[in-house]
Structure formats: C-alpha cells, structure tokens
Design a binder for this molecule. Structure first.
Ligand code: IPE
Ligand code: IPE
Ligand code: MG
Length: 259
C-alpha cells in the first residue's frame, strides 16, 4: 500500500462510517474485452486483478464483509465454452489467491447453489474455506450459482418443511425467521451495493437483503474498477441520509422535529 493510499484510507475512516457490508455486482468483463478486440474470457481474467485489489482495499479500510456476485443462476445459460472457462478460472484463482487471503486474515465463504459447480471447483472452494475458517479481519463471500430468487425459494422450502413437521407455526414466520433461513443468515444485510458497467438493475442479486441497501452505480467496467473508485463509492455512501422509511434525524437532535 502506498503512502497516498494509506492517507486516503485514513481520510475515509475519519470522514464517516465505513460500510460494514459491501456487495458488488461485478459486471462488464465481456464489454471490456470486446472494446480491446479480445474474447470475453480475456475480460474475466482481467477481472480477477480487480477482485484482488478490491478485496485488499476493503480489508484495509475496515469493511467487515465483502460479497462478490461472481456467477449467477442465469449465467449457467451462457455458451458452454464461456461457462467452463469461468469455472477453470475460479479453480485457478482459488489456487493462486488462497495463501494471500490467509496471510491477510480474510475468511472465505460462499452463498449459492454450489452443488451445481463442477467437483474440481467445489474441492478447491472447500479447501480454501477450511484453510481460512479461523480468520477474523474480513469475510470475503463469493456468490456462486447464486440468485436472489433461488435463495428465497430454498428458504421457503425449508420453512414449509418445518411447518409441516410442526417445528414452527406459520404465525412465527416473521422477517427475522426468513432472514435466518436465507443463505446469508450469517451476514448482515449489505449497507452498500456497487454495480459496475452502468446497468441500472439488480440482476437477481440479494433481493430480500437489499431492502435498504444504498446503491452505487458506475459506468466503469469491472476490470477497470480499482481501489480509487471504491474509495469514491464509500465517500458517496457516507453522504447518504439513510432513513429506513422514517424521518431524518439531524445529528444534533435525538427526536425529529415535526413542523
Ligand atoms: C460479469 O461480466 C462477469 C459475469 C457475469 C460472470 P459479463 O461477462 O457479464 O460482461 P458483460 O456484461 O457481458 O460486458
Ligand atoms: C450479473 O451480471 C451477474 C454477475 C455479475 C455474476 P450479468 O451480466 O449476468 O447480468 P445482466 O445480464 O446484465 O442482467
Ligand atoms: Mg454482464
């Protein structure tokens, strides 16, 4: 980390609250590659460098959970060649990056239907998760074969089974119970969701969990998204007024004034 980066981090920490949980829709790899006259996989490979940089920067600035949308349920519908290249890249990246994650005291986790992943990916993932399981500085959660609807569906099925067995009464199913049955049960809801490449949509990401997340959308393609822009996103987050449907309370007041 350069002196300038350290200063920027300190500036952000003094400036306001650092989001506890940042989630990122890493988009634009294909267009980034195309704009350079290269095949899409070239962009996915370049995207791994951004993953490394953003993971390190988040840990250094004090983010506690970083969730990266790496492969959606719908992405299974891409051409076979692209899907297998992405799976291979995942295996290679886990092999090359796990030591670094461990050295940086970062714990790896996943959300999603990982049983759909090829056995080689699952094996590498299980190894990396186990290896980093005691780490406490930050959690890096990879959303793989993930979609918000898949997540809600599996929670609904689990709750239906429990109700059928009489383990839970329908009346007891509240927001907290539902959150507890989602794949993100161990994660707080994301404070900030970043989407790269200028698309204004959720693409089936954390649908339930994003209820009150702040959104930051940038035109930058994922392979060009580096820590400078992450700092900018955090600065933008710090300027937001998170009301959660209530009335704004100024920092000097305890109760809102009704005018
Ligand atoms: C995001 O980049 C990576 C994945 C979805 C796996 P894309 O591959 O979607 O790139 P664009 O959006 O087509 O440019
Ligand atoms: C969202 O990007 C999924 C991931 C980043 C893994 P997509 O490229 O798949 O989404 P759409 O097609 O633009 O909605
Ligand atoms: Mg895309």
């Amino acid at each position: 980390m350069s002196t300038e980066e350290r200063e920027q981090q300190r500036y952000l920490q003094d400036r306001g609250e650092i989001p506890t949980h940042i989630a990122v829709i890493m988009d634009g790899n294909g267009r980034w590659a195309k704009s350079r006259g290269n095949p899409r996989i070239f962009g996915h490979k370049a995207g791994v460098d951004s993953v490394r940089d953003i993971t390190e920067a988040c840990a250094e600035v004090g983010v506690r959970h970083l969730t990266l949308y790496a492969f959606s349920t719908e992405n299974w519908g891409r051409p076979k060649g692209e899907v297998s290249a992405l799976m291979k890249l995942l295996v290679q990246s886990l092999r090359s990056e796990t030591n670094k994650l461990h050295e940086n005291n970062i714990r790896l986790s996943t959300i999603g239907d990982i049983y759909r992943l090829p056995p080689s990916c699952r094996k590498e993932l299980e190894y990396a998760i186990e290896r980093t399981s005691e780490n406490s500085r930050m959690e890096l959660c990879l959303a793989l074969s993930y979609s918000g609807r898949w997540d809600i569906r599996q929670a609904v099925k689990m709750l239906a089974e429990k109700t059928q067995k009489g383990e839970i009464a329908p009346d007891e199913i509240d927001d907290e119970v539902i959150s507890h049955h989602l794949s993100t049960s161990a994660l707080p809801d994301p404070d900030l969701i970043i989407r790269t490449s200028g698309e204004f949509r959720m693409s089936n990401f954390l649908l339930w969990q994003a209820a009150y997340s702040e959104l930051y959308i940038t035109e930058t393609f994922w392979p060009d998204f580096r820590r400078k822009e992450l700092y900018h996103a955090i600065e933008s987050y710090q300027d937001r007024d998170r009301r959660f449907g209530k009335v704004a309370v100024s920092k000097a007041q305890k109760e809102p004034t009704i005018i």
